[in-house]
Each structure stands twice: as C-alpha cells, then as structure tokens.
Design a protein around this ligand. Structure first.
Ligand SMILES: Nc1ncnc2c1ncn2[C@@H]1O[C@H](COP(=O)(O)OP(=O)(O)O)[C@@H](O)[C@H]1O
Ligand SMILES: [Mg+2]
Length: 318
C-alpha cells in the first residue's frame, strides 16, 4: 500500500526577536502546534532548522538543548492534560525547577509564582481536579514561568476555557509578558484572541504562512483573502471583540465551513485558490510567494507581506 505523505509545514520561515509578541493564527490542522513543537525542539523538522540565539538546536542532539529548555517554555491548550493529576499544585510548579537544576528556595519561588498568576498561597496544597479550568491554566502558566524563561509559547491557551474566564487569562498573560519582559509566541485559531495580545501576526494556511506583518496592518487591512475570511468570522458585539463559544473551538471548522483535512503533497498553485472567491486561472497554476507591496521578492523583515497574486491591489506582472 502506498502511504501518503502528510506535510504539516512547508516553507515556513519565521524570525522571533526579543520582546516580540508574535501571534500565529490559522484554522485547525493548519500546522500551528507542529510549529510550536518545532520551536521547542520537541521534534525535528525533516528539512530546515530551528535556531535559538543564533545556534541550531535539534531535539535529537543534546548540545544546545539546555539553553532552549530553560529559556523557552510552553503553555498548552488543555491544563488538565499538561498537569500531573497526582501532583499537588506546588510540586507541579516546582518540578521544572528540579528537572532543570535551578537552585534556590523552591517554596519561596512557588509562592511568588502563585501570587504572580493571581492564585492564593493555599493553592499550592491543592490537586488539579480541585481547581477550576481557569485556575488550572494559571497553574500551567506559573509552571511555565518557574525557570524564568525569556520566551513563552502559548498554544491555544484559552481555547479550552469558559468564555467568561478567557479574557481574565488573556489579561493575565498580557500582564506577565509586560512584567517579566517576555517574548511571546501566541498561537490561536481565533483572530479575535490573537488581536488582544499580539503586535505581529503570521497567518498559517495548510502549513504555509500566507500573510505576515504588524498586527495593525494584517488585521486592519488584510491582504490575503484567507485572512479576510478569518476576520469576517470573528464575532463582534458593539464593535468589541468577543470570544467565540467553546464549541466553535473544536477541530475541523473553518470560516467557510469546510473541514480542514490533512495536506496533500505540494500542488502547483495557491492552496487557497479552490476556496478563494477572487481566484483567477493563474492562482491554480502558480504558487504565489510571500511578498510585500510592490516588491516581487521578500521585502524587508517586519514588513506586511502576503502570498497572493492579487494582494496589495496588484495584479503582479507574471
Ligand atoms: N503525529 C502526526 N502524524 C500525522 N499527521 C499529523 C501529526 N500531527 C499533526 N499531523 C497533521 O499535521 C497537520 C497540522 O497539525 P497541527 O500542527 O496539529 O495543526 P493545528 O495545531 O493548527 O491544529 C494536520 O494536517 C495534522 O493532521
Ligand atoms: Mg493545535
């Protein structure tokens, strides 16, 4: 039987600089968590590389991993899944300190962290199942911050939470990033949530970046039809962004109501062309490169870029 290769990410190139608040957005199955696992060197890419402070890091090679493990921490979507149910909260928060060999008074550090994430000191003696979803996510955040990382990767950190507590946890993340001068990589399927915390946004579609740039530009004047569709799907009440209902956060729904399936091998044209209301014959033939306005090539880092033949009002010359 011939096995079909699933390409979760293809041609993705991203720089994250100290102090960045990078939002990565895309529907379920677009490759966001795969990207997070690569950033944390939890797995290695088949091609390409991840560099931390200029040095290549590989999950399969211990050299260089120590600095990454200590400096880059992750908060996952489901705090229940990321916390050991048999461990008291205090022990859970202290555990990365122990495994990374961080010296100092661990009880004191746990107390500081509980305070930082807005939990009472008594929470240290509780078990995860005795806490609410929002409290558990606060514990997961405290645990991530324990080794004093410089980079925090948050993969759908509020998607499993009740709508009523999402804003609180987002505000907490926002405050902590500010307070500790963290670099943030914030991943979500929900542009409304990404808008809340990111100052730079990359939009993933089927394992490729289709748009990237300053949040104001990408969200204020989206250049790619996919980003436009994502923005139209963000619910608004009286102009304010509201979090979508929890059931909208499951797998497989997209702005066009299409189930996001696994990726086929690289096709010739734009992956979005078959869904795109603006597609022209060329879009199915030729894959557009990520480019800035008026430039046929990459354009400067940080510039607003899109991978669409029709982006920036231009029908690019062939
Ligand atoms: N372990 C795996 N084996 C095979 N395919 C996978 C695996 N993990 C993810 N994929 C596929 O890779 C693509 C990206 O998945 P993922 O990174 O989890 O997306 P997202 O986080 O954006 O929902 C999907 O098509 C998914 O089906
Ligand atoms: Mg994911």
């Amino acid at each position: 039987m011939r096995r079909r290769q699933v390409v979760a990410l293809d041609g993705v190139s991203l720089d994250v600089w100290p102090g960045d608040r990078l939002g990565i957005v895309g529907e379920s199955g677009s490759g966001k968590s795969t990207l997070a696992r690569l950033l944390l060197a939890l797995e290695d890419p088949d091609e390409g590389e991840v560099r931390f402070r200029g040095s290549p890091v590989r999950a399969s090679c211990r050299a260089g991993l120590g600095a990454l493990r200590r400096n880059v921490q992750i908060v996952f979507q489901d705090p229940l899944g990321s916390l050991d149910p048999r461990m008291r909260v205090g022990a859970s928060i202290a555990e990365p300190l122990r495994s990374l060999g961080v010296e100092g008074d661990r009880d004191q550090r746990v107390a500081e962290l509980l305070e930082a994430v807005g939990l009472p000191p008594g929470a240290a003696r509780r078990y995860p199942h005795q806490l609410s979803g929002g409290q558990r996510q606060r514990v997961a955040i405290a645990r991530a911050l324990a080794p004093r990382p410089s980079v925090l990767v948050a993969d759908e950190p509020v998607s499993s939470l009740d709508v009523s507590v999402r804003a609180q946890v987002l505000n907490l993340l926002d405050d902590l990033v500010e307070r500790y001068g963290l670099t943030l990589v914030f991943i979500s399927h929900d542009l409304g949530v990404v808008r809340h915390v990111a100052d730079r946004v990359a939009v993933l579609y089927r394992g490729r970046i289709v748009e990237e740039g300053p949040a104001d530009a990408v969200l204020g004047s989206p250049a790619h039809p996919y980003t436009q569709a994502l923005l139209e799907a963000v619910p608004r009440v009286g102009g304010a962004i509201t979090a979508p209902p929890a059931e909208a956060c499951g797998r497989g729904r997209s702005p066009a109501g299409e189930a996001a399936g696994p990726l086929d091998g690289p096709g010739a044209g734009c992956d979005y062309s078959w869904r795109c209301p603006l597609a022209e014959a060329r879009c199915a033939r030729e894959r557009p490169v990520l480019r800035g306005p008026g430039r046929p090539t990459d354009g400067p880092a940080g510039e607003h870029k899109a991978a669409c033949h029709l982006a920036f009002g231009g029908r690019m010359a062939p």
